[in-house]
Ligand binder design. Structure first.
Ligand code: ZN
Length: 265
């Protein structure tokens, strides 16, 4: 348990006065580590809030550079950062918000060869990517690696979020218990193909940040076993119960996936 300095007590005062957090919870956050995959629409508010909250070590995985078309939603990046690596652009903003936070940059694309060693040094992993291949790869690697995964996805005006901790066994489902395999390429458009309301990324990335902080602090009801659906045009939130599927090829009773070799890259 680390002692908080006077300036930390002031910085985190609104956390510390919450009985569910307190000085002990804030110290826990400062000792915690989170890997965020994707410094885009979801990653932008997520990274800003995790840094502001004082999560002690935050890793960012992204191989892209800031593009003018990103700025409609990726609020961690700025117009004068166009052309800069997203991990660099995001890290600069996070360090400016909170010098307590160690930001670790991973400028690369996840694949089945590098993912296990990347997630291993972190307490928790967050999926802020925009493609099914990486989402399934993250799900499988987190299951094998014993990591809790907070995963969200969005398109146009609709979004979803859940937390997966299938490594803990029954009753916790994994992403594959809901969506067995990735859809055929081209069937479900990405945000770059289908569009997305920028502020929806703010809602969903912020929801991810809240769920990450809850998991790190061990407070409240985990989203594991529930899928939260947000329909922005109807302004409706709906929660669907999700069960662990005994026939799941990853976390079921007779899994057929025993490593990551079934992934195309
Ligand atoms: Zn499963």
């Amino acid at each position: 348990m680390m002692d908080l300095s006077d300036s930390q007590i002031e910085r985190y005062a609104r956390h510390i006065m919450l009985p569910q957090v307190g000085g002990e919870g804030q110290s826990r956050l400062l000792s915690a580590s989170v890997l965020v995959v994707g410094a885009g629409g979801l990653g932008a508010p997520l990274l800003l809030y995790l840094a502001a909250a004082g999560v002690g070590r935050i890793g960012i995985v992204d191989d892209d550079v800031v593009d003018l078309s990103n700025l409609q939603r990726q609020v961690i990046h700025q117009t004068d950062g166009i052309g800069v690596a997203k991990v660099e652009s995001a890290a600069a903003r996070m360090r400016a918000i909170n010098p307590d936070v160690v930001v670790e940059l991973h400028r690369l694309r996840l694949n089945r060869g590098n993912i296990e060693s990347l997630i291993a040094p972190y307490d928790l992993v967050v999926d802020g990517t925009d493609n099914f291949a990486t989402r399934f790869l993250l799900n499988d690697a987190c299951h094998f690696g014993g990591k809790t995964l907070v995963s969200a996805a969005m398109l146009r005006f609709d979004a979803q979020i859940s937390t997966f901790k299938s490594h803990l066994g029954d009753p916790h489902p994994c992403y594959r218990c809901i969506f067995r395999e990735p859809p055929p390429p081209g069937m479900v458009p990405t945000c770059s193909e289908g569009g997305v309301l920028g502020a929806l990324a703010g809602t969903m990335g912020s929801l991810q940040a809240v769920e990450v902080l809850k998991e790190l602090l061990g407070i409240g009801d985990s989203l594991s076993g529930r899928l939260l659906l947000y329909a922005a045009l109807e302004t409706s939130f709906r929660t669907v119960k999700v069960r662990r599927d005994p026939d799941c090829p990853l976390c079921g009773t007779h899994p057929t996936y025993k490593d990551l070799s079934h992934h195309p890259f």
